[in-house]
Each structure stands twice: as C-alpha cells, then as structure tokens.
Design a protein around this ligand. Structure first.
Ligand SMILES: NC(=O)c1ccc[n+]([C@@H]2O[C@H](COP(=O)([O-])OP(=O)(O)OC[C@H]3O[C@@H](n4cnc5c(N)ncnc54)[C@H](O)[C@@H]3O)[C@@H](O)[C@H]2O)c1
Ligand SMILES: *[C@@H]1O[C@H](CO)[C@@H](O)[C@H](O)[C@H]1NC(C)=O
Ligand SMILES: *[C@@H]1O[C@H](CO)[C@@H](O)[C@H](O)[C@H]1NC(C)=O
Ligand SMILES: CC(=O)N[C@H]1CO[C@H](CO)[C@@H](O)[C@@H]1O
Length: 307
C-alpha cells in the first residue's frame, strides 16, 4: 500500500513537471521571470569571437562583471575594448583550453584577481570538419580536449565556490551534434556527445547533493559565426543556418530563466523525439533527404574573423 501511494504521488508530480516543461519548451517564454545578474561574475570561454563575444556583451548590458577567456589574444582584446567602452567591468585572460594545467593556472589567477565566479559559460569550441580517415590525429585529440575535457577542469575550479554559497550556474554550449551523428564531424560529434553527457551527470550530481546550482546545456544546429562556413542544409527554410544574434537571444533567455536544456531551432525537438523512436535506416533516409548527411561536403571553416 505504501509503495503504491508513493508511486502514485511521484507520478502525479511527474505529470505536473511534464506539463510545465512542455509549456516552457514549446511556447514563447518571454513571460517567465528572469534572474538578476547585476554585480555577478560571469566567466565566458571562447569570448574572443562568435557566440562567446555576443553573450559577453549581453551579460555586460545586464550589469554583470565579465571574465573573458580565449586563446586568441586579438579577439580577446576586441571584446574587452568594446565592453570597457560601454562601461562594463571586465578582465581578459589568454588561455589554451586544450591544456588542463593552463586552465588550472588561469583559474587560480582569476580567483586571486577577480574572486569567485557565479556563472560559468563553457562556450569555446573547435571543429576539424574532416572525415575520420582524413582527420589528422592531433586535431582529433585537440577537439576532444577543448570541447569535452576542458569542461571537467573549468568546472572543477569554479564549482566548489558555487556549492559553498549554494548558488551558481554552469552553462555548456554543446550542439545538436551532441544528439546525433553527421558525416564529416566524427571528432566533433564525439566531443559534443561528451559535453551533453557531462551536463547530464553534473546535473544528476547536483540533484543528489540537493544544491541550488543550475545547469543549462545548449544544442543548436549550424550558426553563421564563421566557424562552420561552407556547411549547408538542403532546405534552409526548415533547417536554416541561424544568425548568432538570434541564438544568443535564446541562450540568454534560457540561462536567465534557469532552463536545463535548449535545442535550436524548435524543429530539433521533433527530430530528437523521432530519433529516439525510429530505426537507424529510417533516420539515415531522412538525414539524406534533409541534406544533413552531406551538410559538411563543402565545409571550409573559419576563413576570416566575424562577430
Ligand atoms: N557555429 C556553429 O554552427 C555552432 C553550432 C552549434 C554549436 N556551436 C558551438 O558554439 C560554441 C561557440 O562557437 P562559435 O560559432 O561562436 O565559434 P567561434 O569560432 O566564433 O568561437 C570560438 C572561440 O573559442 C576560442 N577557442 C578555440 N580554441 C580554444 C582554446 N584551445 N582555448 C581557448 N579558446 C579557444 C576561439 O579562439 C574562438 O574565439 C562552440 O562550442 C561551438 O562548438 C557552434
Ligand atoms: C586542477 O584543479 C582542480 C581543482 O582545484 C584540481 O582538482 C586538480 O587536481 C588540478 N589539477 C592539476 C594538474 O593541478
Ligand atoms: C542536461 O541535464 C538536464 C538535467 O538532468 C536535463 O534535463 C537535460 O535534458 C540535459 N540535456 C541534454 C541535452 O541531455
Ligand atoms: C594575456 C592576453 O592576451 N590577454 C590580453 C587580453 O587583452 C587585454 C587588453 O588588451 C590584455 O591586457 C590581456 O593581456
């Protein structure tokens, strides 16, 4: 009897949560209250370009203090100069995220010079864009180091203070490549699946610790930042190459409303639901049909720096 009642109670609670999260996922969420980040410290990796730079600007507008990490010194300077011209408090560090010792050294510097971090945004990422047999060993190892392993070490450094104050947020910019496989993206997909797995386990650990540290994982398809130049889909109306400003708006909304998972565009939710049900042959058929299988055939990658 006790077992039955307890299961019934959990099921009712589950149904309620399901309704809430469906509403959050499928409807515009502009009405949800957003958290206040004024005076909070936000660390963004890969802040010297693309999404990282735009997210830094957005957090700056909201009154946060920024810590910018990038391997690219020039990019770091541009983001920093722009923030400073807007009167935002910011500090930039040059760091190679593929070197975990360097992550530790830089994290120690940040703790000394800036203090604790309230929101950690693991955003930096790289892509090789070559098929398995053409992909140089060193580049594959580097992809895993930057896109997956770095998550361990940045988080290990900044999570303890969050746990201590029972408040904080770890954001992981993964990709839809963390939810499916694409020809020409072997190392990238493996690394982004790693990032998604990292998010899930971390969230589970935080849940079991009953700590109020939030996690958000973001899984977009192609974005027009330059990183994936040359990649294309067959029907851009259904699967568009998204503009970075749009993606960053959605990410800001997700982070500020403590949403655990964001997939972009919305069509991706349907894809994921179907992918969980359909056999591989059917998925491959549709992958071909929508041009996903060949989306990397004309990949050029970053040729020039763009915001
Ligand atoms: N552009 C897309 O189509 C797309 C799609 C889905 C997910 N994403 C993900 O979004 C994130 C941001 O991508 P973006 O499009 O803004 O790319 P981007 O190339 O514009 O920015 C990535 C930044 O990371 C930095 N970086 C690279 N290696 C580094 C290292 N070893 N150490 C420190 N910094 C390093 C780069 O210098 C660059 O400033 C990445 O994780 C990417 O995988 C991008
Ligand atoms: C890096 O820092 C983390 C967190 O403080 C620590 O657990 C880890 O042992 C450090 N690794 C190295 C090589 O210093
Ligand atoms: C990330 O973790 C949260 C919490 O467990 C989960 O709700 C979310 O679905 C996870 N994201 C992905 C992409 O699996
Ligand atoms: C060390 C490094 O490259 N980071 C630089 C980022 O830009 C600022 C401002 O120009 C420099 O002071 C940092 O040294």
């Amino acid at each position: 009897m006790e077992e039955f009642l307890e299961s019934l109670f959990v099921t009712l609670k589950a149904i309620l949560l399901l309704i809430i999260s469906t509403i959050r996922n499928l409807f515009p969420t502009g009405w949800l209250p957003r958290k206040d980040v004024r005076g909070q410290t936000v660390l963004v990796t890969g802040a010297g370009s693309g999404l990282g730079r735009l997210m830094s600007y957005e957090f700056g507008k909201l009154g946060a203090r920024l810590v910018l990490w990038d391997i690219n010194e020039e990019g770091n300077k541009t983001t920093l100069a722009e923030l400073e011209s807007r009167g935002v408090e910011a500090k930039a560090y040059t760091v190679d995220l593929s070197d975990y010792k360097e992550i530790n050294r830089t994290a120690d510097l940040v703790k000394k010079e800036v203090g604790k971090v309230d929101i950690l945004i693991n955003n930096a990422g790289i892509v090789t864009g070559k098929k398995l047999l053409q992909c140089p060993d060193e580049l594959m190892i580097k992809t895993m180091a930057v896109n997956t392993n770095a998550l361990f070490f940045t988080t290990k450094n900044f999570l303890p203070a969050m746990l201590e104050q029972n408040k904080g947020h770890i954001v992981t910019i993964a990709s839809m490549a963390g939810k499916c496989g694409v020809a020409g993206l072997v190392d990238y997909c493996a690394s982004k699946h790693g990032a998604v797995g990292f998010n899930d386990s971390l969230a589970s650990e935080l849940y079991s610790l009953k700590k109020d540290v939030k996690t958000t994982v973001v899984c977009p398809i192609y974005i027009n930042t330059g990183m994936f130049d040359g990649a294309q889909t067959r029907w851009p109306t259904l699967l568009p190459i998204m503009e970075p400003e749009f993606v960053v708006d959605c990410i800001m909304e997700a982070v500020l409303t403590d949403r655990a998972f964001l997939a972009l565009p919305k069509f991706s939710y349907i894809f994921m639901a179907l992918a969980g049900l359909l056999p591989t042959e059917v998925i491959s058929l549709y992958g071909d049909h929508f041009g996903i299988t060949h989306s990397m055939d004309h990949f050029k990658g970053r040729q020039s720096r763009r915001a």
